[in-house]
Design a protein around this ligand. Sequence first.
Ligand code: HEC
Length: 221
Amino acid sequence: MKDFGFRILNYGFKKIRNRKFVIRNGLVWVAAFIVTVISSCTNDLPNHPGYEFMPDMYRSPSYETNSINPLFADSMTNRLPVAGTIPRGDYLPYPYPATNEGYEAAGKELKNPLEKTEANVAEGKRLFEIFCIHCHGPEGQGNGSIVANGKFPPPPAYNNQLKDLPEGKMFHTLEYGKNMMGSHASQLTQKERWKIIMWVQQLQKLPAAPASAPADSTKKS
Ligand code: HEC
């Protein structure tokens, strides 16, 4: 078996001076190359990319976010944090439950831990204009753009129905949401929420409109 390969090699060398043999042999190689190239471009599997150079570069062995995962009984790759753990950094557990009692207690006890500096209020305004303005309106009168175009019922005005709302209740509402307003706990850190609350408090101080109905910004006067 061993010298079989050697014999073939020897045979090749002997024949190499034979032109016809070289051409014929060459054609076989060219044909084989073309077949390889063509066949590597397609495959029966619809999502198969054919042969890839260094596939590790684009196909990582880890599971993609939101993908199906055979390792977990619920088949979800996205996992919840282990119960009882909290993220590192600024996060503090929120002690008030999502109940009326929790809401009232937060209103009485919960205070803004941040200093009311100009920079904090300005940052609060900036965030308000990203996360809240489309419902509450630029001055918190409940006339944001999605209210104005009739897609959403007007929220109460900060400087009217919500004039005396304490900051703890605001935070509670941002944590859990309230009726038509969803929770903002996943979009905003606690510090960001307190900064926005500073801005909402500025808007609470605006002189109340004479009529309690929210201003209709779409109406042409
Ligand atoms: C999808 C529209 C929508 C968005 C976005 C929204 N709100 Fe509201 N908000 C409402 C509605 C509606 C209410 C009235 C809830 C109720 O009392 O039934 C409300 C109520 C409130 C209240 C009064 C809560 C209370 O305890 O009575 C505050 C404060 C408030 N929003 C602040 C914010 C802030 C700050 C943001 C941005 C981070 C925000 N909202 C984003 C619709 C929205």
